[in-house]
Design a protein around this ligand. Structure first.
Ligand SMILES: Nc1nc2c(c(=O)[nH]1)N(C=O)[C@@H](CNc1ccc(C(=O)N[C@@H](CCC(=O)O)C(=O)O)cc1)CN2
Ligand SMILES: Nc1nc2c(ncn2[C@@H]2O[C@H](COP(=O)(O)OP(=O)(O)OP(=O)(O)O)[C@@H](O)[C@H]2O)c(=O)[nH]1
Ligand SMILES: [Mg+2]
Length: 428
């Protein structure tokens, strides 16, 4: 097993930077640079030196032994002054050490997975935790990283293993008298797991929305003040505004945190028929992105205007430029009138949509549970109608168990690993 190292903190200047070394040679490499190492899980101040004895930095050194470390391997950390020059110098010294190489993105976490420290869902949770930008994303990712989904999967797996074993006992003792009827217990076990799966699946799209965020499109005729409203929401000049109708062409995206939810606002081209070729492309994009968005805010020029895009029941209609019209159901990006109420209403609508969020935060997880549910429903049918042999039913349950094992990475999942680790940072 190679010993790997990487900068674990962000590149650039910082108060303190962390360089981690993990693997069988970690302690030897640490000693070569820092001298005597502190006991595992304690720290010591040391002068770090190159092989020629030149001082690199005065740093904090930490060690973890393989029994109790993040990766499950011997680990040494240097917490150094966060200067790019020190980082470069230390990385050079490490690369010159025999048997060490730079880690690939996500490789520390991959080792934690291989050493059974984390299951696959926890790895996904950790990736999401590092990517989290809002409070709800942080909480959701921390739950998953702490084993919320993995723990449930283990319990379901246990119940299904028992159900399959009960059926297999019937098969094995087919020519003897099997005194008790196992079918009621099998049915109960399946029903319990099926009902849990349904709750999880019902809350999957909400959980996925917390992870991926919502899109809210601002739509309306040209010149009604869409871009001005976007800028008011963003608190900066994200989009060009002007008194010329047809100013915005491309969709302008601004990412925001609304009550802990990640929301991307879309400013769009004003909707109208136009001879201008470029503007027409913009209008087509506005319609397409507007229809695909999770929620639409339609700015009306006048109260009797019919929106030229289909609005859903929760979509928001607002009179534009309320500072001029004095409308009560209005908004003004220019004066800020009605903007806070609009944001509050959007927050209310979107937070109801995530209220039933479950632990299935990724499509991969939802697909696995859907597949397992199908198998268990067909097994339940067979048990109830009795028109299938115990062997076949047990095999269906075993297939559902294997699907759960893929979900947590208990059986080989090389195909999903590359995809999951592709989005990890270097040093994680
Ligand atoms: N300096 C530093 N801070 C850090 C990390 C790190 O690697 N270094 N982490 C890295 O991501 C996170 C902490 N994660 C960790 C996760 C598990 C173990 C660990 O030693 N686990 C053992 C023992 C558990 C125990 O003692 O309770 C294990 O799982 O067997 C350590 C750190 C965040 N902060
Ligand atoms: N009085 C007033 N003027 C506004 C308001 N919002 C925008 N305007 C003005 O109206 C003009 C058009 O504003 P924009 O925000 O560019 O309008 P738009 O809807 O993005 O226009 P297009 O991109 O062309 O579709 C600019 O001169 C703005 O200063 C408002 O709430 N009140
Ligand atoms: Mg505009």
């Amino acid at each position: 097993m190679d010993t790997i190292y990487a900068l674990a903190s962000a590149r650039g200047k910082s108060g303190v930077a962390v360089i981690r070394i993990s693997g069988p040679q970690a302690f030897a490499a640490g000693r070569a640079i820092a001298g005597a190492l502190p006991a595992p899980r304690s720290s010591a101040v040391r002068h770090l030196r190159s092989s020629t004895g030149e001082a690199l930095d005065k740093a904090l050194v930490l060690t973890f032994s393989s029994g109790a470390s993040f990766t499950g391997e011997d680990t040494v950390e240097f917490q150094i002054h966060g200067s790019p020059a020190i980082i470069d110098a230390l990385m050079r010294v490490l690369s010159a050490q025999g048997g060490l190489r730079m880690a690939e993105p996500g490789e520390f976490t991959r080792r934690a997975l291989e050493n059974g420290r984390l299951d696959l869902t926890q790895v996904e949770g950790l990736g999401d935790l590092i990517d989290s930008e809002t409070e709800l994303q942080r909480r959701q990712a921390l739950d998953i990283m702490s084993g919320k989904l993995g723990g449930k999967v283990d319990r379901w797996r246990g119940d299904l293993i028992r159900a399959a074993a009960l059926l297999e006992a019937v098969i094995d003792f087919a020519d003897e008298e099997v005194p008790t009827d196992v079918l009621p217990e099998v049915r109960d076990l399946l029903a319990g797991v099926i009902s849990d799966f349904k709750v999880e699946l019902a809350g999957a799209s909400s959980a996925e929305r917390i992870r991926d965020g919502f899109e809210v499109a601002i739509l309306g005729r040209p010149n009604v003040g869409k871009s001005t409203l976007l800028n008011a929401l963003a608190g900066r000049d994200a989009a060009i505004t002007s008194s010329v109708a047809g100013t915005t062409r491309d969709v302008i995206e601004v990412r925001m945190d609304i009550g802990g939810l990640p929301v991307t606002f879309l400013d769009t081209a004003g909707l109208r028929d136009t001879e201008d070729e470029v503007e027409a492309i913009g209008v087509a994009r506005a319609r397409q992105r507007g229809e695909a968005a999770d929620l639409r805010v339609f700015l009306q020029e006048s109260a009797d205007e019919q929106p030229e895009i289909a609005l859903g029941p929760e979509d928001l209609l607002r009179h534009a430029k309320s500072d001029l019209s004095g409308s009560r159901n209005g908004v003004s990006g220019l004066t800020g009138d009605g903007v806070d109420q609009l944001v509050a209403e959007i927050e209310g609508i979107l937070s109801t949509r995530v209220r039933n969020a479950s632990s299935l935060v990724r499509e991969r997880q939802r697909i696995a549970l859907t597949e397992a549910l199908g198998l268990l429903e067909s097994a339940t049918d067979a048990v109830s109608t009795g028109n299938m042999s115990e062997e076949v039913v047990a095999e269906e349950i075993r297939r559902a168990i294997r699907t759960l094992e893929r979900l947590v990475g208990r059986i080989s999942v090389d195909d999903v690993l590359d995809e999951i680790f592709a989005s990890f940072c270097l040093g994680k």
